[in-house]
Design a protein around this ligand. Structure first.
Ligand SMILES: C[S@@+](CC[C@H](N)C(=O)[O-])C[C@H]1O[C@@H](n2cnc3c(N)ncnc32)[C@H](O)[C@@H]1O
Length: 415
């Protein structure tokens, strides 16, 4: 599969115009995924799901959304049934999760449904369009950016499923015990190997050529921001303790911190629920995980080369849940609980759904496929191993003391 030529041109231009002829990996990932015309999430929006590049819990049926809806209902009850109660879904992709939640609440909990305001924050214009089509029957839904939500205005719950892993990350490498950053530059393809593209004649050539003549490559330099070193203080990881090998590389998701501080600022009273794949920092930055967690997905194939299939494949990195927890504390978010998706969904009643699927009088093939979908949601080696972090803000001590159903068993130990 070829890279998207216009997208390569855009990235190449950005590199050529930057002072050191290089951009951070975070800038590269941001353009590759989110360029409004040519980015992966603009052109491949249709390509999610069982037949696409990757699928999420949402593509396994309505159960995931319905169980989440049960958790939202309990949040509303704990907060003494405020009207309106806002659900703010961030990164809603094709809008299936919103549809499952809204349909279920309308049918099973009409009083809560009547109190609801459902806001979607979506960066991709293509996905926003899909969502608007899919959800057109629901008047309660509105779209805006996080910036458009006034400070301290939301009573309810901000939530996301697989948003944070899709935010652009910085990449770093340890060289002689020093934290250094991995940048993206251009090299010219030649029959005698490749050479750095430097002179201005080549720069103007680039303006008229796509990815065929130049390719993107990594170059190492000093860090672009002191925030990278500060991050490790935040999460309590000491990269200079002698345990990390020369050449150890990984990622830092500063965009996740920026995102969380805005969310915390907009929330007046309620919760932030984050579901994603990832680990606590001690496991994320284990010296043995020396190549980081960056992954690319193309038609269900997983690999670690973000410089091929540019604009045609997804790029993600695991989530450091310790960073969300610690950074959240600095912004007034208290950790309510952290668990796995397996435990979370079981506590919300997924076990009963498996039983009902088996007891139902449907054809054996239907029963088996239902059961298979439910099992996938709780498979500890797959979606069931995802982390589920719940944070809260502005709750009274009585409200804080009420255990939420999805978090009512002790936190699992992540090694
Ligand atoms: C992997 S998809 C999420 C899938 C979806 N939530 C699901 O469960 O199937 C990531 C989504 O986050 C959106 N996104 C990425 N960055 C965003 C941001 N800063 N604000 C809002 N949406 C964002 C993407 O456009 C996409 O819809």
């Amino acid at each position: 599969m070829d890279s998207h030529p216009q997208l390569c041109q855009v990235i190449g231009d950005r590199i050529a115009k930057s002072p050191d002829q290089r951009i951070t990996f975070a800038e590269y990932m941001d353009i590759v995924l989110y360029h409004p015309e040519y980015g992966y999430y603009s052109t491949q929006a249709i390509n999610l799901g069982k037949q696409g590049d990757f699928f999420t819990s949402v593509h396994l049926g309505a159960d995931f959304g319905e169980l989440l809806a049960e958790q939202f209902l309990q949040m509303w009850e704990i907060l003494d049934k405020p009207v309106p109660f806002s659900l703010v879904e961030m990164g809603a992709a094709q809008g299936y999760l919103a549809l499952d939640i809204l349909k279920y609440l309308q049918q099973h909990h009409p009083q809560f449904f009547a109190a609801l305001r459902y806001t979607i924050v979506e960066k991709s214009p293509a996905f926003r369009q899909l969502q608007q089509q899919r959800l057109q029957d629901f008047q309660v839904v509105n779209w805006c950016s996080l910036d458009e939500i006034p400070s301290n205005s939301i009573t309810g719950c901000f939530f996301s499923n697989e948003l944070v892993d899709a935010l652009p990350v910085h990449r770093f490498i340890l060289e002689k015990g020093q934290l250094r950053e991995i940048y993206v530059t251009l090299v010219k393809e030649s029959s005698h190997g490749s050479e750095n593209k430097q002179n201005s004649e080549e720069k103007s050539l680039l303006e008229s050529l796509g990815c065929g003549v130049f390719r993107f490559a990594e170059v190492i330099g000093s860090v672009s921001t002191p925030r990278l070193a500060e991050y490790f203080d935040l999460v309590g990881v000491q990269l200079t303790n002698g345990l990390y090998p020369q050449g150890y590389r990984s990622e830092v998701n500063l965009a996740a911190l920026d995102w969380l501080s805005v969310v915390a600022d907009r929330l007046r009273r309620g919760y932030v629920l984050t579901i994603d794949y990832g680990y606590p920092a001690s496991r994320y930055y284990n010296p043995r995980r020396w190549q980081g967690t960056l992954q690319c997905y193309w038609r269900h194939q997983r690999h670690d080369n973000p410089y091929i299939n540019i604009g045609r494949q997804d790029i993600t990195a695991h989530v450091d849940f310790t960073a969300l927890e610690k950074w959240g504390e600095e912004w007034g978010l208290n950790k309510v609980g952290f668990t796995t998706q397996e435990v979370f969904l079981m506590m919300l009643g997924l076990g009963n759904r498996i039983k009902s699927a088996i007891d139902s009088e449907q054809s054996i093939s239907k029963v088996l496929s239902l059961r298979d979908a439910l099992h996938q949601l709780i498979d500890p080696l797959g979606l069931g191993g995802f982390g589920v972090l719940l944070q809260s803000k502005g709750l009274s001590s009585k409200e804080s003391s009420q255990p939420l159903r999805g978090f009512s068993v002790p936190e699992p130990v992540f090694i």
